[in-house]
Design a protein around this ligand. Structure first.
Ligand code: DSN
Length: 443
């Protein structure tokens, strides 16, 4: 392919992607669809500028408007998360976590975190798994004892483990809560005093649940005793891809230095503008959205269980968040089922579940799938639509119907859900391709 062919092919593929998502059911728990205003921020000139440092103390000129937006962004984050300090410069959730490791631990220290099958994120992971904490910052990782029945961290067993680690000269420096498979609140308030008494710094990785916390519908980690919360700006919080850190004021200077110059140079100013818009939307619409997200997650979990699926966390109502986990091992493996559903335009991801590694399962072919409802809720779907989606999933996974036929039904179903809800503006349809090249200024 020559240069022009490649150029045209890229533009064509991006448009094809939009067309596909326009007729699909997006159920990836870590994704969302941003508003028209956030998309405008992403293509603004902010994205072509540098503003290293803190507003008012920049290394570059040209920042007088950028500074104002960043100050608004930090102020909104403080209000939305009830925090004394906010830094919206981390360019991702992983970068936000890395800043916390750099600020509050040194290589060789121990950190307690959840294992991947128990919901931990790769950025909390061990060196031997190429996890960020181990590989990049040299932390030694120990895993929380996890209760599969409760689908959360076991409090008593964790206290015992911390005491044992202290006795063995492995006293942990950091306790990391939160993660990627995150159905129920973690026991922050139950463990915070104990951890602080053992000189541990507590970070809560709210990447997945930030929008629910913003809407006041999940636990409030800072009030429960966490020292800081890191998050993504693009999961249940509906901004552009990026990271945010909020904390107690006493940690502000350490965090600021770790973010810059520690681990960022450019902090993606178009995304800072997008984060600010998303936080403003969250302040206005976040509560209603978070309530509906949780209703939808509970509804689709119950619908799937009624149709014969093994949905985890049954004893506790399946989920208290935006996501649910389904053990699909009766019907195949998570990897194959993920692919079959994708052919039916139902987009979700396979999931390692607690016990999978011990059972010899691999992340390519785990026993589970994870379903998230942040994006379909933003498209305006409610409990009635959850029942229809559960039925589409059943037709693929249990009835083994031809996914192509189901894709046609999914396309028809999606026609009613074209707009973004819970936003100040929705002039552009959710997946409408914005053709900047052929844009002409209105005369
Ligand atoms: N690993 C992603 C997820 O939870 O889907 C987030 O980084």
């Amino acid at each position: 392919m020559n240069a022009l062919e490649s150029y045209n092919k890229i533009l064509h593929l991006m448009k094809e992607h939009h067309t596909w998502f326009d007729k699909s059911i997006p159920l990836i728990a870590s994704e969302n669809i941003p508003s028209t205003a956030v998309r405008e921020a992403i293509i603004s000139d902010f994205g072509n500028r540098y503003a290293e440092g803190w507003p008012g103390e920049r290394v570059y000129a040209g920042c007088k408007y950028i500074d104002q937006v960043e100050i608004i962004c930090n102020d909104l984050a403080k209000v939305v998360f009830g925090a004394e300090f906010a830094d919206c410069r981390a360019t991702s959730g992983v970068v936000a976590n890395l800043a916390i490791y750099a600020a509050f631990s040194k290589p060789g220290d121990y950190m307690l975190a959840s294992s991947i099958p128990s919901g931990g994120h790769i950025s909390h992971g061990k060196k031997e798994h190429s996890g960020t904490a181990g590989l990049v910052h040299g932390l030694s990782i120990e895993h929380y004892p996890f209760s599969k029945e409760e689908m959360t961290i076991d409090v008593d067993a964790t206290k015992k483990k911390i005491e044992e680690m202290c006795k063995d000269n492995k006293a942990p420096s950091i306790g990391m809560f939160g993660g990627s498979l995150f159905l129920f609140p973690h026991p922050v308030k139950e463990l915070a005093d104990f951890m602080h008494d053992h000189n541990m710094y507590i970070n809560y990785d709210g990447a997945h649940v930030a929008g629910l916390i913003a809407g006041g519908q999940f636990q409030d980690p800072l009030k429960e005793g966490a020292d800081s919360m890191t998050m993504s700006s693009h999961k249940t919080l509906w901004g552009p891809q990026g990271g945010i850190i909020v904390s107690l004021q006493k940690y502000a200077e350490s965090i600021k230095k770790a973010v810059f110059p520690g681990i960022t140079s450019s902090h993606h100013l178009h995304h800072v503008a997008g984060k600010a818009i998303a936080l403003a939307e969250s302040l206005e619409f976040g509560k209603d959205y978070a309530i509906q997200v949780i209703k939808n997650a509970k509804a689709i979990a119950g619908d799937l269980a009624n149709l014969g699926f093994d949905v985890l966390g049954e004893r506790k109502g399946y989920t208290a968040s935006h996501q649910l986990a389904v053990d699909v091992s009766k019907f195949g493996d998570g990897g194959t089922i993920e692919r079959d559903l994708e052919k039916a335009n139902i987009i979700l991801n396979r999931q390692l579940l607690p016990g999978d590694i011990k059972a010899g399962r691999h992340y390519m072919h785990p026993s589970g799938i994870r379903i998230g409802v942040p994006e379909i809720t933003r498209l305006g779907m409610k409990e009635g639509e959850m029942e229809e989606i559960a039925n589409f999933i059943k037709r693929v996974v249990i009835d083994k119907q031809d996914p192509i036929l189901i894709a046609n039904d999914v396309t028809e179903f999606r026609k009613q859900f074209q707009k973004i809800h819970y936003a100040f503006d929705n002039a552009v349809d959710a997946y409408e391709y914005i053709d900047v090249i052929h844009h002409r200024k209105a005369s």
